[in-house]
Design a protein around this ligand. Sequence first.
Ligand SMILES: Nc1ncnc2c1ncn2[C@@H]1O[C@H](COP(=O)(O)OP(=O)(O)OP(=O)(O)O)[C@@H](O)[C@H]1O
Ligand SMILES: [Mg+2]
Length: 155
Amino acid sequence: MSGLELYIKDEEAMTQLGHALAQQSAGHGVIFLQGDLGAGKTTLSRGILRGLGHTGAVKSPTFTLVEPYEIGPLRAWHFDLYRLADPEELEYLGIRDYFADDDLCLIEWPQQGQGYLPQPDLEITIKTHNDGRIVRLLPNSTRGESWCVALATLT
Ligand SMILES: Nc1ncnc2c1ncn2[C@@H]1O[C@H](COP(=O)(O)OP(=O)(O)OP(=O)(O)O)[C@@H](O)[C@H]1O
Ligand SMILES: [Mg+2]
């Protein structure tokens, strides 16, 4: 499957998509989130984390680069690499450790970390369209493919 393109009309629908992605991923894998400032990357990440059962706030990790979450037995890491000056900095942050245990890694602005990030299971690109968003889901592993196949049957 070559991917999915969905029209997501508002923030509520974006949250629902996050819940569906949470259910599919079951808290494992690497997801890239791409799109302009304000596209909805953090909104979708919040939906995914809440869908996994996180009940607290989901802040944008713009200044911290990464925000950790413990959700029952699951761990998730939410990155925002917008302010990363040089991808090499990820080496000093011990970036490899984050990906070692097959936790869920949500990465906003992955292009800022090019060369230092693993291959994603799923690449999400969000674009403004009318009052809503076009969300493109591009699988990049067999796992990502199975998520997309399942999501296609929901929509
Ligand atoms: N599907 C949607 N339709 C309309 N508005 C949306 C949709 N999804 C999110 N929004 C709104 O768009 C804004 C997106 O902000 P958000 O912080 O999620 O963007 P972002 O892509 O993470 O930006 P940044 O690059 O600055 O981190 C929020 O105000 C949210 O309510
Ligand atoms: Mg954001």
